[in-house]
Write a protein that binds this ligand. Structure first.
Ligand code: NDP
Length: 462
């Protein structure tokens, strides 16, 4: 990033702001879009909110995000407020207009884009929202926009839920869609197939074992659970949803998308035009929260994943883990037995579950992965979150030389093993590339020189 006389400032006001991930979003977007913006966090004490807003305008600050505890406090100092932000009663984005700033709530839009990206449709569905704090209002508003049939709003302090329900039911004029309830009255909801948003602060790291509701019978009625919390990546709430057979998501995409939408407001860009950059930013944010320094080796059979992996682990002082061996140990049978007894689909599902488990439980580890693991779309993204993913490449000729005498490779039990290697490599190369941060050509190189190249390229990546 080059700062010069034309650089425009955007930023964040809040208290505290020291742990924010937002600079990662906006400075990345500025760079990839070729804009000359720099995004800075500004620590603003509560008595200085008015001065911060007016001073920012005086300094021609081109856009601001607002975080806790100023999302409401900032509102009296704006010249205009978007309708959704006004009804939600919180502003998290300021866009310069004549005479000052206009306020928006992109938390709501960010959550909306996040659920769309996971193909969660609220139209005609029963929704439960746990919590009635600041973020919860944006969730309620979004549920109403998306056409939820019923929204049960549960809170420890029930009068806060009642206030929100009265205001939002009146605003949307759709009768009593939003039903306020005390948290402990959850047993009175007699519906199945529910979508639940977890919008309390319970379960946030470091209190990762806490959960606002722990009754398993509640989770049996949940089809989809969305936790607004993103640290840890899998909250206790999410674990309970999944254990009862539902699917669950955390709040990291919401956080990412609220930022991307704000950047779009500041630079007159649509969300769709910025969407292609989202995966890269998501990975950066994930790695910065979870600090996973694992290295994941992917590639075709014979590419040297195990040999290089063990040597790399030794040189870096990391543990080494072969995912196929790990799966065999967990399943209590060999991979060919898993294929025979349960089919390939079951094995691929096992692989996905294992990556998710390793994301939660490992660090300082070099992984050698099964050759088919990165081929599944979901696995390609997950592997890049597990650690720095390195694609070890080898030509068809070299691969053939390395594996031709190995009679334990089912893929090569055919009349023309060389032709099969050529065809499979051609088919898989783009899928391996898609899943990797780095590609390393291994033909004719020693294990030691490949290890050195991985380490060097990883240093250059940072
Ligand atoms: P608030 O402080 O405004 O609200 C906190 C909520 O949690 C209230 O409903 C409160 O209930 C409830 N709560 C707190 N402690 C308990 C407890 N011991 N038992 C039961 N309920 C409890 O926070 P926000 O609404 O701003 O944020 C809520 C969560 O959403 C946070 O974890 C935050 O990190 C996350 N968030 C995520 C975003 C994202 O982009 N992913 C964006 C914004 C928030 P009561 O009213 O009774 O006190």
């Amino acid at each position: 990033m080059k700062v010069n006389g034309l650089t425009k400032t955007i930023g964040l006001i809040g208290c505290p702001v020291e742990h924010t991930l937002s600079p990662m979003i906006h400075n990345h977007l500025s760079e990839v879009c070729g804009d000359n913006y720099v995004y800075l966090p500004f620590h603003v004490e509560k008595d200085n909110v008015e001065a911060a807003v007016k001073g920012s305008k005086a300094l021609s600050v081109q856009g601001l995000n607002v975080t806790v505890p100023h999302k409401q406090a900032v509102m009296p100092y704006l010249v205009d407020i978007d309708e959704a932000a006004r009804v939600i009663g919180a502003v998290n984005t300021l866009v310069p207009v004549d005479g000052g700033y206009k306020g928006y709530n992109t938390d709501m839009e960010g959550l909306r884009q996040a659920i769309h990206s996971e193909h969660i449709a609220l139209q005609g569905r029963t929704v439960v929202i746990l919590g009635a704090g600041g973020a919860s209002k944006a969730v309620v508003y979004m549920c109403m926009l998306e056409g939820a049939k019923k929204v049960y709003l549960l809170n420890r302090t029930v009068n806060k839920a009642e206030e929100i329900a009265i205001a939002m039911n009146a605003h949307f004029g759709k009768g009593d869609v939003i039903v306020p309830m005390a948290l402990e009255a959850y047993g009175d909801i007699h519906e199945n197939d529910m979508i639940v948003f977890q919008a309390t602060s319970i379960g946030l790291a470091p209190n990762v074992d806490d959960v606002v509701l722990s009754d398993v019978s509640f989770y049996k009625k949940v089809a989809v659970g969305v936790d607004l919390i993103y640290n840890p990546a899998e909250t206790q709430f999410m674990k309970l949803v999944k254990a009862a057979g539902g699917v669950a998501y955390n709040g990291l995409k919401m956080l990412l998308y609220q930022g991307v939408i704000a950047y779009g407001y500041w630079t007159n860009r649509s969300f769709e035009s910025l969407q292609p950059y989202c995966n890269e930013i998501y990975e950066k944010m994930y790695h910065s929260i979870h600090k996973l320094d694992n290295i994941v080796l992917i590639g075709f059979m014979g590419s040297g994943k195990s040999t290089v992996g063990m040597a790399l682990a030794e040189k870096m002082g990391f543990a080494f883990l072969d995912t196929d061996a790990y799966i065999e140990k967990k399943a209590g049978m060999s991979i060919s037995e898993i294929f025979e007894n349960h089919g390939e689909g079951y094995f691929r599902e096992l692989e996905t579950n294992v990556i998710r488990e390793l994301m939660e439980t490992t660090n300082h580890t070099v992984f050698s992965t099964g050759g088919g693991m990165p081929l599944r779309d979901e696995n390609a993204s997950l592997l890049r979150l597990l650690g720095t993913t390195v694609y070890l490449q080898a030509s068809a000729k070299e691969t053939y030389e390395r594996v031709k005498d190995d009679d334990k490779r089912p893929l090569l039990q055919c009349e023309d093993p060389y032709g099969r290697i050529v065809a499979l490599l051609e088919e898989r190369r783009p899928l391996y590339e898609r899943a990797s941060h780095l590609c390393i050509q291994t033909d004719g190189k020693t294990v030691e020189s490949i290890v050195d190249e991985v380490i060097k390229q990883m240093e250059d990546l940072v």
